[in-house]
Design a protein around this ligand. Structure first.
Ligand code: FAD
Ligand code: UDP
Length: 395
């Protein structure tokens, strides 16, 4: 039995990533008593960060950079802590040469002769007038031979190897096109990784933002509690909290197949083996994130002090990401839904069963909605869901 107030809440929220935390906060603000359950020993979901033993702020679940065009989301998050502007720049190690990613005119100049660059840029400007960015698919599908050839070069050197590693596929075209479209080809010299209006990092780390969001008199947050140890779903439509029937709002942000004992089969996710290393040196690489599209087993290396801004000398912390299939092993986390038609259909089957059996159950977030959401989209979705719940409740 877990120690908690035992006061029957109006709402139960499972998970303390942005999905769970935003909904908990919004329901609490509207006067509802919210019980939050988190199976990890910390809040913040995959945004969790902490100082390591060297005083370097690390992101425990991989590098997280906040970027959005949604001003409402940025304004909302600004209420819970200070943010500092940050423009993310990434390089790729291509055939031993460091080139900016997304592939842009600088990348071209690093890899091709001045004459070749001139020709390529002229063709690109003529064929994609007024476009600042195109997808690698558009280049490869161009009728223009020069552009098509460039497209195939970028595909082979930037996307193919990285995508095979990240998604465990033999060919990058086995992955939904939208995945590669996240990283465009830039028709110019803008070498930032993201192109959103707002790009920033929390000045004192993400965890502080989450602490402030969950710090509300109507929120009780229990850590180290797997929902299944306190909650049961009965097939007559009842949800039980410990021994009592719970009729309030139930928001779940974990993997949906788990709620039905994977009865239709496992929803596939990708995971990562995250390997941190401390090095006794000032600097390891030229940028905060270096991608390895054509070599190595890992996909990228993050050097945290370049991402989170510590001025430490003589020591640096790096992270290598080794992609792997999510098999539900102890300690392994599901990080990426694998979006395709088959998996979407399987997800919909789970969702339909869950929401028709338990009318007070809501699914929210990257795992629960099986969507490759960025942070800003999760916050937007959680705000929208909170509104929907409160309207339904007549609040
Ligand atoms: P999560 O953060 O996964 O939170 C879910 C929470 O629910 C977890 O804390 C989990 O422990 C808890 N939980 C699950 N099941 C249970 C249960 N049964 N009982 C109790 N608790 C449970 N987005 C960006 O915008 N920018 C980036 O740079 C970026 N980088 C990323 C890098 C990596 C390596 C990864 C994996 C993701 C990145 N993202 C980034 C995406 C971002 O992490 C997600 O959008 C975000 O985590 C989604 O929040 P969430 O609340 O839906 O899920
Ligand atoms: N990608 C790639 N090469 C790169 C960077 C990205 O092939 O150098 C592809 C890869 O398939 C990856 C996808 O683009 O999964 C999306 O990249 P993003 O950086 O958005 O991935 P995330 O940060 O979400 O892991």
């Amino acid at each position: 039995m877990h120690s908690w107030s035992k006061i029957m809440p109006d709402a139960i929220v499972v998970g303390t990533g942005f999905a769970g935390t935003v909904v908990a906060r919004e329901l609490a603000e509207a006067g509802k008593r919210v019980l939050v359950l988190e199976k990890r020993d910390h809040i913040g979901g995959n945004m969790y960060d902490k100082q390591d033993e060297n005083g370097i702020l690390i992101h425990q679940y991989g590098p997280h950079i906040f970027h959005t065009n949604n001003e409402e989301v940025a304004e909302y998050l600004a209420k819970f802590g200070e943010w500092k502007p940050y423009q993310h720049r990434v390089k790729g190690m291509i055939k031993g040469i460091e080139v900016p990613i997304p592939f842009n005119f600088y990348s071209m100049e690093n890899l091709f002769s001045t004459q070749e660059c001139k020709i390529l840029q002229t063709y690109l400007q003529e064929n994609f007038a007024n476009r600042q960015r195109v997808s690698v698919w558009e280049l490869m599908e161009s009728e223009e031979k020069v552009i098509k050839t460039l497209g195939h070069y970028v595909y082979a050197n930037v996307f193919e190897g990285y995508t095979s590693k990240q998604w465990g596929v033999s060919k990058a075209d086995k992955v939904d096109r939208s995945v590669l479209e996240r990283v465009p080809v830039v028709l110019g010299y803008d070498n930032r990784y993201f192109h959103d209006k707002i790009q920033q990092m929390p000045a004192h780390g993400y965890t502080t933002i989450f602490e402030n969001m969950l710090n509300h008199k109507n929120i009780e947050c229990l850590l180290n509690v797997d929902m299944k140890d306190m909650v049961t779903f009965e097939y007559d439509g009842t949800i039980r909290l410990e021994d009592e029937a719970f009729h309030g709002v139930f928001v779940y942000t974990g993997m949906p197949d788990r709620l039905l004992q994977n009865c239709y089969g496992n929803l596939p996710y990708r995971s990562l083996d995250l390997q941190f290393e401390t090095l006794q040196q000032d600097s390891f690489q030229s940028v905060s994130v270096m991608n390895y599209p054509t070599s190595e087993v890992f996909t990228r290396i993050t050097e945290f002090k370049k991402l989170t801004g510590q001025q430490k000398t003589g020591v640096t912390t790096i992270l290598r990401e080794y992609p792997e299939a999510f098999e539900g092993r102890e300690g392994q986390e599901a990080y990426y839904p694998i979006e395709n038609e088959t998996n979407r259909a399987l997800y919909e089957k789970y969702k339909t069963t869950l929401t028709s059996c338990w009318s007070n159950l809501y699914l929210c977030g990257r795992l629960a909605e099986y969507k490759y959401y960025n942070m800003d989209a999760v916050v937007a979705r959680a705000l929208e869901l909170s509104k929907e719940i409160l309207e339904k409740e007549g609040k």
